[in-house]
Write a protein that binds this ligand. Structure first.
Ligand SMILES: [Zn+2]
Length: 74
């Protein structure tokens, strides 16, 4: 039933996770389908591979930010 709703009206994605400034993971509020922004800025189905890539990107992104922040403080 919920899937039929999505087929008719399209998925209603809400941000489930911020990976970097430009890459986010989204989840459909109706059917729970998960997608993510890929490197070209399009939405792709969130596969385990992409989830892993996002985790790596998130890690790098946060490290870079911490480093930048520390440098600014110092
Ligand atoms: Zn949906």
């Amino acid at each position: 039933m919920k899937k039929i709703f999505c087929n008719i009206f399209g998925h209603h994605y809400s941000v489930s996770k911020k990976v970097t400034l430009h890459i986010k993971e989204y989840k459909c509020v109706h059917c729970g389908k998960e997608v993510t922004t890929d490197v070209s800025g399009n939405l792709s189905v969130l596969t385990p591979e992409l989830q892993e890539i996002n985790a790596t990107l998130e890690d790098l992104y946060q490290k870079r930010h911490r480093t930048t922040h520390t440098q600014q403080v110092a």
